[in-house]
Design a protein. Structure first.
Length: 61
């Protein structure tokens, strides 16, 4: 690790804490759902009219 990288690295206690970010998104609709277990990953079901549309997923907790 270079000296420059060490200067910009947060302290160890900050690295482990959950850091929040603010997102501002413009769109058509919003649905809030809980991700369900599906095999080795998670799944969220969306309305069929959303098929083929572009979506953005933001984890809030």
């Amino acid at each position: 690790m270079t000296d420059n990288e060490q200067q910009h690295r947060p302290p160890a206690d900050e690295e482990t804490s959950a850091q929040k970010a603010k997102f501002e998104v413009y769109g058509e609709e919003m649905i809030e759902k809980v991700v369900k277990l599906s095999g080795n990953s998670g799944r969220v079901y969306l309305p069929p009219d959303w098929v083929g549309k572009t979506v953005k997923i933001i984890r809030i907790d």
